[in-house]
Design a protein around this ligand. Structure first.
Ligand code: SF4
Ligand code: SF4
Length: 333
């Protein structure tokens, strides 16, 4: 009897939604389990790091790694699993693009620690203690993973063969990707395993999007009663559909909410945020600079809106940490 291909799942800096997405396969997970041996999946199975270290290099057909790289331990595990895997799959938006954890690149480690461990209203920490990579207690040394200044996407740390997009990837996208990988008929290396078309092309509201769309105001979803069959941009609500890859079957639009861009850009777009920003700016109907400023000022949190999932892999990548720059400190990554 031939052995089933071995695969691993691993979780780095993410919310856990990608792990839920695997469970959301429901009875279809039995098809996956029937086709492969899952030999490492810390969230569900009791295998340890030394079990992975004991594998021969390339013994795994694929590792599905979700989450961005925030800590030294995550980087070590990404490198170890890369060595043991024929295929490294960036699973979900955080691994693919940096994701929501990547918005932390607007700050550096020191500022994040200051806020989380000293300044936040619910914190009581009179000695101002922050996590240390090494600490001695009663003659024993305790260690914690190091915390980088910069959040990185998986391919900024190790080579990635394929990407499964989404926050989280949908069951349909996951199953199609697994079937593609098992078929042996692999797409070109580096492919995103989802349709290479803009989300607007599969949106049920696309026919209501006017040929020429001009806006005099942007509104947030709670400020307007949204029509369920009309393009959200045409209703003045910012939708990332024009700058986002399709494949999710316009899930958020079906829930009467705008797309926030979790599938990332198509292959023709280098910077999803810049593409969306340029598309939106071209819709503003005014030649008056003050009026344009007033209209654009209604867009809340521009970085979080246009780069919600993709700041670490954008051209901007991160905000320059002033403190680190002053000290001439080399920013990790
Ligand atoms: S902009 Fe949004 S609502 Fe309009 S067609 Fe595109 S995805 Fe649909
Ligand atoms: S509509 Fe946009 S944000 Fe929602 S699941 Fe699809 S790609 Fe992601």
């Amino acid at each position: 009897m031939s052995e089933k291909p071995k695969v691993a799942f691993y979780w780095c800096a993410s919310c856990g939604g990608c792990e839920e997405a695997v469970v959301d396969l429901a009875e279809k997970i039995l098809d996956v389990v029937g086709a492969v041996d899952i030999v490492f999946w810390p969230v569900a199975l009791d295998f340890k790091r030394h079990d992975v270290e004991a594998l021969a290099d390339g013994a795994l057909l694929a590792t599905f790694l979700n989450g961005a790289i925030r800590t030294t331990e995550q980087e070590e595990m990404a490198r170890l699993l890369r060595k043991k895997s024929k295929l490294m799959i960036a699973f979900g938006a955080c691994s693919h693009l940096g994701g929501i954890p990547g918005l932390a690149n607007l700050w550096d480690r020191e500022t994040i620690f200051q806020t989380a461990y000293r300044d936040s209203p619910s914190t009581v920490n009179p000695e101002g203690i922050t996590p240390q990579p090494r600490h001695r207690v009663d003659g024993f040394e305790l260690t914690l993973p190091g915390f980088f200044d910069t959040v990185r996407a998986l391919d900024q740390v190790v080579e990635v063969d394929y990407y499964i997009p989404g926050c989280a990837p949908t069951p349909k996208i996951i199953l199609a990707a697994v079937q593609t990988l098992l078929s042996g008929q692999l797409p070109p290396r580096g492919a995103v395993l989802a349709p290479d078309r803009a989300l607007c092309d599969e949106c049920p509201r696309k026919d209501s999007r006017p040929e020429k769309l001009m806006l005099t105001a942007f509104k947030r979803p709670h400020e307007v009663i949204l029509e369920e069959d009309k393009c959200l941009l045409a209703q003045g609500v910012l939708c990332m559909g024009p700058a986002t890859r399709g494949g999710c079957e316009a899930l958020c639009l079906q829930g009467n909410m705008p797309c926030t861009g979790c599938f990332g850009p198509t292959s023709r777009v280098r910077d999803q945020g810049a593409k969306a920003l340029s598309a939106v700016a071209s819709l503003v109907e005014s030649d008056d600079a003050d009026e344009i400023d007033r209209i654009l000022a209604a867009i809340p949190d521009p970085v979080g809106t246009f780069y919600r999932y993709s700041l670490p892999t954008s051209r901007l990548r991160r905000k320059r940490p002033a403190a680190a720059a002053r000290a001439g400190e080399k920013i990790a990554a």
